[in-house]
Structure formats: structure tokens, C-alpha cells
Design a protein around this ligand. Structure first.
Ligand code: AMP
Ligand code: MG
Length: 358
């Protein structure tokens, strides 16, 4: 079940473009906003500056190019060619090779919580073709035997999979797309923008009035209400990427099954979290169009959702990567790491209790 309308509205509100947000826009400054449906989500590119229209359409072209390169459901894509190569090595090109290397790094760093070889399990639950069903434990056990980063062999721009292994870049592709869009913004001297790729938001620069962008964190318990927030982030030059079971799910036999799979069990992750938002700085000097901070945030939001509160906070404290977190728990708490506490605003009417952790 997808929530396009709610997602679009939430993104608009997050960008401060609805209601009173209008008054802050400098009328002398060129501004363009386009909506694009790609990678199974609603995207909104809102850019400012002389080349805003140009940057928006370049961004759209880039996202569509990436979709045709990385989509699992497009039989022509490089990912499909690799999935269908029957275990033979094929040339995937430098770009996909780089993304596979990044995916392997995050898989190893998160103890396998992030794993692109989860693809056949995602399909068994029917999330690839949107024909949802509950697979048997026997079926899942068979598929899990072919899950793990050791089933992907990478040699520069050539890759091979163990026969039967398949990859799904759905947990990282939008983050990579946001890194690519950041490169377009930089090349076109875009001073400020909000880029929303579903749950992946890039707050570029600040608002025209010099204040930070406001990025809402959807309340997972009220995912069908675009105005229901678990909190608000005030961000400048930052990525904020949210993973949550509420973003795609189905119901069967009175239970809810969502799309983020725990590679340890083959079942939708049941870690006590309802959403994870990973926030990290987007340093303009470091934007170079390669898998970067946007890709990292996307991989980690998926992984930490699988890991659950305790392991996610341990991982954050380990300092392996530089990021902050907003966790929303099933038992009604919102946990914010101290690096982002000053940029976080609680949502009084949400009913959540709020904690800052260090
Ligand atoms: P995200 O919305 O970024 O958290 O990504 C979720 C998507 O990533 C799912 O729809 C699947 O396509 C894929 N996926 C599900 N579970 C995992 C996992 N444990 N590791 C990597 N990708 C996953
Ligand atoms: Mg992700």
C-alpha cells in the first residue's frame, strides 16, 4: 500500500512551501518546483537561483537515468542483467560497481542488517511485483541460504552473483540519487533547494529568509495524515532519510507485514521501531556525484530500522560514521541523539514522549 498523496503533501509542508511558508520566499529570486514520480515514489525538486528550472529538469533526467540503470523490475537494467546472468560475471560499469562496493561496505559495517542480496526474500513477500503473500518458513530458509555479501563478487566494474542470488538496490538507490542531485545543484550554482525523494530529503543551503529548512518527520502511527508529525527538524545543508514500516505494508490474517526485511530471519523487521531518520551534514565541498552522505543515510536508515533502538544507538555511539538519529518507537517514544537535539522540535499534539540521548 503506497501513500503517494500523503507523501507529496508532507514533503511540500516539510519544504515550508504551504501555508505561511510562502511569505518567506523572496519574490526577486527565481524559484522552480517540479513533481516527479519515479523509483516508486513521489519526488519534489524545489530549487532557487538563476538556473533553477534547468537544475530541476536535469535532476529529473538524472533520476530517470538511475531508475533505468538500477530498477529490478526493468528487465533491461544493469541490475536485472546481473540478476539474470546465472552466476556469470558481467561488466556492470564503473558507476554500478561503485554503488555495489558502497552496499558491501554498509552490509559489513551493520553486521548484515543492510543487505542488497535480500532481494529474493523481498520478492517472496510480494513487495517486488505488489502481489503480497506470507511465505512459509521453509521457503524463507531456502532463500536465506543465498543471502549475504559473500554472494556478490566485485572486481572493479565487473560483478558476479552466486547462482540463485539476486540483488535489490531499493534500500540505497534513492539516497544515491540524492547524492547525484546534490552534484547537479552544485554544478549549477543553486544557492538553496529542497529535494524530496520519498523519505529521502536533501535540505540544500538555507531558506530565502536565512532560516533553516523545516523537515517534518511523519508520525508513523498516523501515516495516512500528511499533517501528523512525530517532530520537525530545522536543517541547513543536510540529508534526512527516513525508513519506516508504515511506508509500504500489507495486512493478512489480522497482522501487518512491512517491506523492510531482517536478513537474520527473513521476516519483516520486528525491532520495536516504527521509524528511523538518519541526519547528516551535506558538505558542499565534498559533493562529487559519487556515492556519498546521501547514500550512507539511506543504507543506515534501513539497517538501523532492522537493528532496533539499542543496537542502533550503540552503532551511533561507535562513531564509525558521522550522523545523528531520530528514532520513533512502537511504545510511543521519540529518541533524538544529542548532536541534533537543538535542531529538533517536538510535536506537542502527537502524544509521544521525547528523550535526548548521548
Ligand atoms: P528503505 O525505504 O530505504 O528503508 O528501503 C527499503 C527497501 O529496501 C525495501 O523496499 C526493499 O526493496 C529493500 N530492503 C528490504 N530490507 C532490506 C535490508 N535488510 N537491506 C537492504 N535492503 C532492504
Ligand atoms: Mg534505505
Amino acid at each position: 500500500m503506497k501513500r503517494f498523496a500523503a507523501a507529496a503533501l508532507a514533503a511540500l509542508m516539510a519544504a515550508g512551501l504551504s501555508g505561511c511558508g510562502w511569505q518567506t520566499v523572496d519574490p526577486d529570486e527565481a524559484r522552480e518546483s517540479i513533481q516527479v514520480i519515479a523509483m516508486d515514489t513521489v519526488m519534489i525538486f524545489t530549487t532557487y537561483g538563476e538556473k533553477s528550472t534547468h537544475a530541476d529538469y536535469l535532476s529529473e533526467d538524472e533520476v530517470r537515468r538511475l531508475e533505468s540503470l538500477l530498477s529490478r523490475t526493468d528487465s533491461e537494467s544493469v541490475v536485472s542483467q546481473l540478476n539474470n546472468a546465472g552466476g556469470l560475471g558481467i561488466s556492470v560499469g564503473e558507476e554500478v560497481g561503485g554503488l555495489l562496493a558502497a552496499a558491501e561496505e554498509y552490509s559489513l559495517a551493520t553486521g548484515g542488517a543492510f543487505d542488497i542480496t535480500i532481494a529474493p526474500v523481498v520478492s517472496a513477500w510480494g513487495f517486488t511485483e505488489e502481489e503480497n503473500r506470507v511465505p512459509s518458513q521453509e521457503e524463507l530458509d531456502g532463500l536465506l541460504a543465498l543471502v549475504g555479501p559473500e554472494h556478490v563478487t566485485l572486481d572493479a566494474d565487473a560483478a558476479a552473483l552466486t547462482p540463485g542470488t539476486q540483488i535489490d538496490l531499493g534500500g540505497i538507490a534513492k539516497g544515491y540519487a540524492s547524492d547525484r542531485v546534490a552534484e547537479i545543484l552544485k554544478e549549477n550554482n543553486i544557492p538553496r533547494a529542497t529535494i524530496s525523494l520519498g523519505g529521502n530529503v536533501l535540505a540544500w543551503g538555507d531558506r530565502p529568509d536565512g532560516t533553516p529548512w523545516r523537515v517534518g518527520i511523519q508520525d508513523p502511527q498516523n501515516a495516512d495524515r500528511a499533517d501528523a508529525y512525530a517532530g520537525m527538524l530545522k536543517l541547513e545543508n543536510a540529508f534526512a532519510v527516513t525508513s519506516g514500516g508504515y511506508q509500504r505494508f500489507f495486512e493478512a490474517d489480522g497482522r501487518t507485514y512491512h517491506h523492510i526485511i531482517d536478513p537474520a530471519t527473513g521476516y519483516p523487521a520486528d525491532s520495536g521501531l516504527t521509524s528511523v531518520t538518519v541526519v547528516a551534514d551535506c558538505d558542499w565541498d565534498e559533493v562529487d556525484g559519487r556515492p556519498g552522505v546521501g547514500t550512507m543515510c539511506d543504507a543506515l536508515s534501513t539497517a538501523l530500522f532492522v537493528m532496533g533502538e539499542e543496537k542502533a544507538l550503540d552503532f551511533w555511539r561507535s562513531g564509525v560514521y558521522d550522523f545523528d538519529l531520530v528514532l520513533v518507537t512502537e511504545d510511543g517514544r521519540v529518541v533524538v541523539t544529542d548532536g541534533i537535539a537543538n535542531e529538533f522540535e517536538a510535536s506537542e499534539e502527537s502524544g509521544y514522549s521525547y528523550e535526548v540521548v548521548s
